[in-house]
Design a protein around this ligand. Structure first.
Ligand code: CO
Length: 134
């Protein structure tokens, strides 16, 4: 079921400042900010060759990462995203194994225009896991 690591996501309080660190200090190429209202975040991606880093900033009143930033005001690692070939098959297999899918359990469209799901951190060693169908 498990494919490649697509990205590691870091929640940040200030996307402009965080992007500047990657662009200027680390010399990385940072994409333009992309607002994802359905997920309550604005994101940029940084391609580091073997995977990507996703920087997430809260968007809107009920951002899914607002609580995380309250606990981690300087920012922090928020989730890892693994690629899967068939997200519905992966979801059904995980559910059958007793794993919890966040939200309604139906895939939403992610930052790359592909279906994504999030898995409960308590079922995955305290780490929020995103699955993206490739
Ligand atoms: Co992500």
């Amino acid at each position: 079921m498990l494919g490649r690591l697509n990205h590691v996501a870091i929640a940040v309080p200030d996307l402009g400042a965080a992007s500047a660190v990657y662009r200027t200090t680390l010399g990385a190429k940072v994409t333009d900010p992309q607002a994802l209202p359905e997920h309550g975040v604005t994101v940029v991606f940084i391609d580091v060759g073997n995977t990507k880093i996703e920087l997430l900033e809260p968007l809107g009143e009920n951002s899914s990462i607002a609580g995380f930033l309250q606990k981690n005001p300087a920012g922090g690692m928020h989730h890892v995203c693994y690629e899967v070939a068939d997200i519905i098959a992966a979801r059904d297999q995980l559910k059958a194994s007793g794993m919890r899918i966040l939200g309604e359990g139906e895939p939403k469209t992610g930052a790359h225009g592909k279906p994504v799901l999030f898995l409960h951190p308590k079922d995955f060693q305290g780490t929020l896991v995103e699955l993206e169908q490739i």
